[in-house]
Design a protein around this ligand. Structure first.
Ligand SMILES: [Mg+2]
Length: 233
């Protein structure tokens, strides 16, 4: 690779995890329930809404429903137990990598003008656990995670800042693509001025995702692969 190439800016592609790269039979949701019952001595009293949300936001809402403010130390303790349960759950019931992912990621990794990162509501270590169980962790060198932010838009800003730190002068804010399976992935992508690609593998309906106005919408990442090949060629 010559110096002319290394000075070129890159297209940064930020991936959501759950419903986009893999599905895990509610391994995370079940882990949250297990730890919640241990902490409160009873099952949660409200619905667990996971899709497109951050771990920080989910736990803040669950604690608030019990009349409690989630302190930082409670969050750290909860997540510590959660990570243990998540790992166990994924050993018992392995996650499934979604169609197209095992073709798309190696191809993207080989592209000299592409950088791959994460934009996920999972806490950093939860993301790593899910990706390690499915052999996908090594593709991603940076990202934004759900440790510190209840708002996914803030996670997107963290991901963009992380990309900038990692890629330095090769990062180009005008060349970012966010890929995810919920309207929240689309809106947070727009919040950082990224292009957005929505996939229908996470359970959201085509009508729901279309209403969020992503730049592209496709049934899965097999179709997403074609779009990206065309775009990045
Ligand atoms: Mg998702």
């Amino acid at each position: 690779m010559g110096s002319a190439t290394t000075n070129e800016t890159l297209t940064t592609i930020l991936f959501d995890i759950d419903g986009t790269l893999l599905i895990s039979q509610r391994a995370g949701g079940r882990a949250i329930d297990t730890v919640f019952e241990r902490v409160f001595g009873r099952p949660r009293s409200i619905e667990l809404r996971l899709h497109g949300r951050t771990d920080r936001g989910i736990l803040t809402e669950l604690f608030a429903a019990e009349g409690r403010d989630l302190t930082d130390s409670e969050f750290v303790q909860f997540i510590d137990s959660y990570l243990h349960e998540l790992d166990q759950n994924l050993h018992q019931q392995p996650a499934t990598v979604l169609p197209g992912v095992t073709e798309l990621l190696p191809w993207l990794a080989e592209q000299p003008k592409v950088a791959l990162g994460l934009l996920t509501g999972n806490v950093r270590q939860g993301a790593q656990t899910k990706l390690q169980h499915t052999g996908l962790n090594h593709y991603f060198a940076f990202g934004g995670f759900g440790d510190d932010h209840a708002s996914r838009d803030d996670v997107a800003r963290e991901a963009a800042a992380s990309a900038q730190t990692h890629l330095q002068h090769r990062y180009c804010p005008a060349s970012v693509i966010v890929i995810g399976d919920t309207i929240h992935d689309v809106t947070c992508g727009k919040a950082i001025g990224a292009k957005t690609l929505a996939v229908l593998t996470g359970g959201a309906s085509e009508a729901e995702l279309t209403a969020a106005q992503p730049d592209w919408i496709c049934p899965d990442l097999r179709a997403g692969f074609s779009i990206l090949q065309h775009l990045l060629r």
